[in-house]
Write a protein that binds this ligand. Structure first.
Ligand SMILES: C[S@@+](CC[C@H](N)C(=O)[O-])C[C@H]1O[C@@H](n2cnc3c(N)ncnc32)[C@H](O)[C@@H]1O
Length: 275
């Protein structure tokens, strides 16, 4: 029986994929029974999970619009891009700055299959299928190398990606390699699943959630705010720091009207500048 090319693309529909489950939280269509089952299990523990995904996309849009528009950054790397969704990084960036170029990177076969076609829709966008835990290979990729060449500031976005590397020291070393490769004046934007470690309701929720998703996503790591902050590798973390996404705002102090609130937010993020 023809499988629609899934096997040829290396897509395993019997196991949930991070990219597809996340996309399902955002209302996407590229998912299978295994993804939907995990989605249901997460929803039982954390019915607000779709709001976490939406808040993450809102944050991404805010950060990219600000960097491409007000700051004038013209080069973006979206590392761990995920499946194409309603508004992708290049659409957001190019709306704010028509000269913005974006290189997307992901290694999920579903993203590779759909992303290449849908994310590369003009001559300023490229898609690289690569494993971000191998920074030397990623940095040697022609599209990535070209974007970094010439010394122009680059915005490196690693949204909900670094928490998929379980070992903390390895994660820190990988982040450091990317930071070292960024030209002066660049920006690093990170969102990450957080376990605050204060014994509060979020810690409790994270413990339950980690248990539930462990067999599907064995490398998923929830980290403290201090650990997440350290993944910026000593760069200047801009105001308001590494905070829950509902508390994040553009560094000039302008606060969005009525930011969404969520007492059990587990996604924290921040933006740093390389001088
Ligand atoms: C939860 S999604 C986030 C998508 C998007 N960055 C966002 O924030 O909306 C995480 C993405 O990171 C990708 N990813 C995780 N580990 C990766 C790795 N080692 N190399 C490349 N991509 C990776 C997954 O395939 C997935 O598409």
């Amino acid at each position: 029986m023809y499988d629609g090319g899934l096997v040829a693309h290396g897509i395993d529909t019997t196991r949930p994929s991070v990219a597809r489950v996340y996309d399902y939280f955002l209302g996407g269509k590229d998912n299978y029974e295994s993804d939907r089952q995990l989605y249901q299990q997460i929803m039982k523990i954390a019915p607000e999970a779709p709001e976490w995904a939406r808040a993450n996309r809102r944050w991404l849009s805010q950060v990219i619009t600000w960097l491409a528009g007000e700051v004038g950054v013209r080069r973006f790397i979206d590392a761990g891009s995920g499946l194409p969704t309603a508004e992708n990084t290049h659409q957001i960036a190019q709306k704010a700055n028509s000269e913005a170029s974006v290189v997307y990177i992901d290694n999920d076969p579903s993203v590779v299959a759909h992303g290449r076609a849908l994310l590369v829709d003009n001559d300023r966008t490229q898609f690289t299928a690569a494993d971000l835990t191998k920074p030397d290979e990623v940095l040697a990729d022609p599209a990535v190398a070209e974007l970094l060449a010439g010394g122009e500031p680059v915005a490196l976005v690693m949204a909900l990606m670094l928490h998929h590397i379980s070992d903390y020291e390895q994660t820190r070393a990988i982040a450091q390699t990317y930071v070292d490769a960024l030209p002066p004046g660049s920006y690093l934007a990170i969102t990450h699943a957080c376990k605050p470690g204060d014994g509060g309701p979020v810690d409790e929720l994270v413990t339950e959630l980690a248990e539930k998703v462990r067999s599907a996503f064995p490398t998923l790591a929830f980290r403290s705010v201090a650990e997440i902050s350290s993944l910026f590798c000593g760069l200047e973390i801009l105001e308001p720091g590494v905070v829950r996404l509902a508390d994040w705002h553009i560094p000039d102090g302008r606060v969005e009207d009525d930011p969404p609130t969520g007492v059990r937010d587990i996604i924290f993020g921040g933006v740093a500048h390389k001088s």
